[in-house]
Design a protein around this ligand. Structure first.
Ligand code: AMP
Length: 416
């Protein structure tokens, strides 16, 4: 696990007095030792404290809230839904649900992932499962509101509310939906908020919905040591040729290519497929089933290349990715760490290559600031000609300092 591989604490899972069936679940999942976030969060949650935790995917954050919640449910009556976990995307909701299934397998605790998309049948399945009663609901906000409006889900006995990847939910415009959902919950409850970053809007939300919260901050990790990071200075019209040269020349079995915009994802996918490269696009326009098919093919190594937006960069847990290519520089320096963190997982090695055009040079310099080192510059293959000279202090051709939404963009270097 790249984000928590070097840590020392003397705790074991036996120190938390968990139910034996939960310990069995932990054993079957192969978790031997609590990660730092687990060591800090589990005792606080067991003491019924509200919590605000700054931790990203890869730290073991999911189990840090699931374990104490499962412990509580395992020793209480199972007549009502006791915990609601809100997550920004269906992929994350499904992933959390899988962890519940694994950890709670021997404890007989039920859960359901509730998310949008799919056909009427999925909605109906979700509806029926909730009517029959379920201990834990893991939901994306929009779909949960639809079920709340239909009256099928009863949350009057809820004891835990978890917001996972809260910053992402706010980025996706779920602020009002979250408040609406909370207005349906009992006031007496324990609320746990997890977020990779802590922008002011998260603080405001926390002040509104948490009671006297404890705080935990697991600092953003540096990229795993096993990742060989490289950068090419390129003009836009050299990018496609460079990518196909790299893919055809290297022995890469599983490759993720990130683009910041879904239009670029679609274009690049079409172009690479024309070049004979087996790739698929992954973005928010795909139906749920299509996304799942793509991920399944990728995980089973049938599909070697996925091209995706940042939807892919967080929360998706796929082992054995050998190469990550940033077709453009991610909008936020921290997204760089999330993107390249998809490779070199579980103590393996991997390569992360970033393409930087003239316009992205300044943005790229913020990434090097964040990780505190210079990423090796690679020379373009001779047939591609010369790339642009690296000169990040030169002002960009001018977007007027605005981002693509037309809002003023302020780069703030966050603490590493
Ligand atoms: P998360 O940060 O919750 O997305 O977890 C990242 C990965 O770490 C997931 O694949 C988990 O199954 C795994 N994981 C979580 N806790 C532990 C642990 N204590 N020991 C080993 N693996 C863990």
């Amino acid at each position: 696990m790249p984000l928590f591989k070097n840590y020392s604490n003397n705790l074991t899972f036996n120190d938390f007095n968990f139910d034996p069936q939960l310990l069995e679940g932990l054993q079957s999942m192969g978790y031997v030792k609590p990660t730092p976030i687990q060591a800090q969060a589990i005792p606080l949650i067991l003491q019924h404290k509200d919590l605000i935790a700054c931790a990203q995917t890869g730290t073991g954050k999911t189990a840090s809230y699931l374990l104490p919640v499962l412990q509580h449910i395992s020793i209480s009556d199972k007549k009502h839904t006791k915990a609601l976990i809100l997550a920004p995307t269906r992929e994350l909701a499904q992933q959390i649900d899988q962890q519940v299934e694994g950890l709670a397998y021997f404890a007989g605790i039920s859960s359901i992932a509730v998310y949008g998309g799919g056909d009427g049948m999925i909605y109906e399945q979700q509806r029926r499962a909730m009517m029959e009663g379920v201990d834990i609901v893991i939901a994306t906000p929009g779909r949960l509101i639809a079920h709340l409006a239909s009256g099928v889900i009863k949350l009057d006995h809820l004891q835990y509310l978890v917001l996972d990847e809260a910053d992402r939910m706010l980025d996706m415009g779920f602020y009002e939906d979250i408040l609406r959902i909370i207005s349906n919950l009992p006031k007496e409850r324990q609320t746990l908020l997890f977020s990779a970053t802590m922008p002011p809007k998260i603080r405001t939300l926390a002040n509104t919905i948490l009671k006297d919260p404890q705080q935990i901050n697991i600092a953003l990790s540096q990229p795993a040591a096993g990742i060989s990071q490289q950068v090419y200075m390129v003009y836009d019209n050299q990018k496609v040729e460079l990518i196909s040269t790299l893919l055809k020349g290297g022995d890469y079995k599983s490759v993720l290519i990130f683009c910041s915009r879904k239009e670029t994802v679609k274009d690049l996918n079409r172009t690479l497929r024309r070049e004979g490269i087996k790739s698929e696009a992954f973005h928010s326009d795909l139906e749920q089933e299509q996304r799942e098919t793509v991920l399944r093919a990728f995980k089973s190594r049938v599909l070697p290349v996925i091209i995706g937006t940042d939807v892919l960069s967080r929360g998706i847990d796929v082992e054995g990715i050998s190469l990550v290519i940033n077709f453009d520089v991610p909008p936020d320096p921290e997204d760089y760490i999330h993107r390249i963190g998809r490779t070199a997982r579980a103590e393996t090695t991997g390569t992360a290559i970033t393409f930087v055009n003239e316009k992205d040079q300044r943005r790229f310099s913020f990434i090097e600031n964040l990780i505190g080192k210079e990423i090796p510059r690679m020379t373009l293959p001779t047939e591609l000609g010369e790339g642009p000279v690296y000169s990040p202090t030169t002002r960009r051709p001018s977007t007027g300092g605005n981002n693509r939404n037309g809002k003023k963009k302020v780069w703030v270097k966050r603490k590493a």
